[in-house]
Ligand binder design. Structure first.
Ligand SMILES: Nc1ncnc2c1ncn2[C@@H]1O[C@H](COP(=O)(O)OP(=O)(O)OP(=O)(O)O)[C@@H](O)[C@H]1O
Ligand SMILES: Nc1nc2c(c(=O)[nH]1)N=C(CO)CN2
Length: 357
């Protein structure tokens, strides 16, 4: 039976994040182990009476078909592989992996006690764990209450910068994917691929989690000079579809009619297109986002947007229709009510019926 298992990982020697990352990758490479969720990384003060460097700790939620004893054996192998030595009780280590919970089971064997006997005395276990379980988790309330109590103790715990951490999670996920498709992430051509993909994701998904475009400057001009349509066309963009995580790319054409003489720096309109395309999405959503951001920033009399795009998920897989083009069109404000203005916009794109990319 598959059980939801919570592991605690800690390191306080060498490149602590790298050791933890490597351990997550090794666990994920095992066919009997599925990594379900990894917590944030935390820097924690050493608990116990040994004077030593601060730890990095995380919690992992895994599902496994292994027995607890089999999993413990694998954990010991991974610890050994990562140069763990056992000299000082509760002393410094490159890597320590403890089994904290095994569903709601209580287990006592010669080599194992689950829940881990020290779990409820350790903020470095409880705080990361709380971040990856839902309120339905059997020990959820107990963990929450105990965190409250331990806040008064002298254990410190601090969230580590998200960026380094998420890069490591992406790297280990890519390793898992490479394994799952039947390739070998350790062969020479692939060893650097997880790092490369993680850096690329950092760039092409740089707007993930951000709702609003903020990198703009507005200018005020005399209203009479600027009550006509302003248009920036042929803005190239590259985005990734949320259905397949494959690229779609093309051109956006954007026009607006200023209100109260309020205009935006022209280079900021392509930047706005970069902003809305640097996250997982759909062409329809991307087009709506452009209109919504233009309206939010400028409150203009109207906005018109056409996006023409090619989709890898249509051309390379499935129906395999190379060269097909998807056009999305949105009008708001005066562009909805004024047909002549709409026609002026369509005509000035230059190619109303055919391809623009
Ligand atoms: N829930 C558990 N998870 C991992 N090991 C456990 C557990 N319960 C008992 N053990 C036993 O504890 C032994 C010592 O583990 P380890 O060397 O990691 O201890 P430690 O890290 O110094 O202390 P701690 O386990 O309190 O963090 C393991 O070999 C294992 O047999
Ligand atoms: N902060 C922190 N302190 C510890 C840790 C740990 O992982 N983090 N592990 C220990 C022995 O397992 C002893 N003390």
């Amino acid at each position: 039976m598959m059980e939801n298992v919570i592991l605690s990982l800690g390191s306080n020697i060498g490149n602590r994040e790298a050791y933890i990352n490597k351990a997550v990758a090794l666990l994920g490479n095992d066919p009997a182990i599925l990594i379900d969720k990894a917590s944030s990384f935390y820097e924690t003060s050493p608990v116990g009476n040994v004077n030593q460097r601060a730890f990095i700790n995380i919690a992992l939620k895994i599902a496994t078909t292994d027995s607890p004893e089999d999993l413990l054996t694998k954990i010991h192998q991974i610890e050994l592989h990562l140069h763990r030595t056992r000299d000082v009780h509760w002393g410094p280590r490159t890597l320590d992996v403890d089994i904290i919970f095994w569903g709601d089971q209580k287990i006592k064997t010669e080599s194992l006690i689950i829940p881990h006997p020290e779990a409820f005395n350790r903020l470095f276990v409880l705080v990361p764990t709380l971040g990856i379980v839902t309120p339905e988790f059997p020990f959820y309330n107990q963990i929450k209450a105990q965190i409250q109590k331990l806040q008064k103790a002298d254990q410190t715990i601090q969230l580590v910068q998200k960026q380094t951490q998420s890069k490591q999670v992406v790297e280990s996920a890519i390793r898992q994917i490479l394994n799952a498709i039947g390739d070998d992430p350790d062969r020479p051509g692939l060893v650097e691929t997880p790092d490369r993909v993680a850096r690329m994701y950092n760039e092409i998904f740089s707007s993930e989690g951000l709702d609003n475009f903020e990198d703009y400057k507005l200018f005020n001009t005399k209203e009479t000079d600027n009550s006509k349509m302003v248009m920036v066309k042929n803005i190239t963009f590259y985005s990734m579809c949320e259905h397949h995580m494959m690229p779609f790319w093309g051109k956006a054409h954007i026009a607006y009619v200023p209100d109260h003489g309020k205009i935006i720096g022209l280079s900021k309109i392509p930047r706005l297109v970069d902003f809305v395309s640097h996250k997982l999405g759909l062409q329809e959503k991307l087009t709506d986002d452009i209109v919504a951001q233009m309206n939010r920033i400028l409150a203009p009399k109207g906005v018109a947007v056409i996006v023409d795009s090619r989709h890898m998920c249509v051309e390379m897989r499935g129906v395999k229709k190379a060269d097909s083009l998807t056009r999305t069109i949105r009008f708001s404000g005066v562009f909805e009510t004024d047909q002549a203005l709409r026609m002026a916009f369509l005509n000035s794109i230059g190619d109303v019926n055919g391809k623009t990319i």
